[in-house]
Design a binder for this molecule. Structure first.
Ligand SMILES: C[S@@+](CC[C@H](N)C(=O)[O-])C[C@H]1O[C@@H](n2cnc3c(N)ncnc32)[C@H](O)[C@@H]1O
Length: 225
């Protein structure tokens, strides 16, 4: 049976969803990225929707992901001279192997990692003095969002979208959100509550700014000198 948590069969659909739903996160990321930097890392880069924003500001980006089809999609759709796409577990990115980075970024990925607290510490170890950690992940007090709730949310979004988007785009987004594979994926996510997520994140990144972004929390933290 197919693992509903794998992204291997979801690359094209996930990519389009991320494009259609990601405006708020893109704006947050562009606000927090330094105007220019040498090196960034994108941990769990997926199809590269955010990697390309990092590449717009940083000379060199290391983008790692476990899923070959996600990386293949990223390479094809978002080729960029400054990006090195690598099929690797984010837990294998170390300061010893890969050096330190001005920007350490990860979006919607840490809840897939068996030990997210170790990953938080790893993110901290990868940032240069004065560098920035930018971390986004889903939160949900129910642990996993129920399938019925996800479907209701998709319809609720659709009704609002009919006022905000071209009709064809609103229909496309509704179809993607009601896609059975995507519902399988989301309803099997294991998420922390907002309070728990903040507490664990603040323990590693004291004084960080944390803001809610739709169903996620977004953290920005600058390392001391
Ligand atoms: C929800 S997608 C997010 C992709 C991208 N960051 C974005 O914001 O569009 C999660 C990605 O994390 C990857 N992933 C999950 N566990 C991983 C791990 N341990 N190391 C590297 N990538 C991982 C998955 O293959 C998937 O592409």
């Amino acid at each position: 049976m197919r693992d509903p948590q794998s992204f291997d069969h979801l690359a094209a659909r996930y990519d389009r969803l991320a494009e259609l739903l990601g405006a708020e996160l893109r704006a947050w990321l562009l606000f927090h990225l330094p105007p220019r930097a040498d090196r960034a890392v994108d941990l769990g880069c997926g199809t590269g929707v955010h990697t390309e924003l990092l590449a717009g500001r940083c000379d060199e980006v290391l983008a790692v992901d476990l899923s070959a089809p996600m990386l293949e999609h990223a390479r094809r759709r978002r080729p960029h001279r400054g990006v090195r796409w690598e099929r690797r577990d984010l837990r294998d990115v170390t300061p010893r192997e890969d050096g330190r980075f001005d920007v350490v970024f990860s979006a919607y990925t840490l809840h897939h990692v068996p030990d997210p607290d170790t990953a938080l510490h790893r993110m901290r170890s990868l940032v240069r003095p004065g560098g920035r950690v930018l971390l986004v992940d889903l939160v949900d007090g129910r642990g996993s969002p129920p399938r019925g709730w996800l479907r209701a949310e998709a319809w609720r979004t659709f009704r609002g979208d009919l006022r905000r988007r071209p009709v064809a785009e609103a229909v496309e987004l509704l179809r993607l959100q009601l896609d059975p594979d995507w519902l399988d994926h989301q309803s099997t996510d294991r998420l922390r509550s907002a309070e728990d997520w903040d507490a664990h994140a603040r323990a590693v990144f004291p004084g960080a700014s944390i803001v809610p972004l739709h169903r996620a929390h977004a953290l920005a933290w600058t390392a001391g000198p």
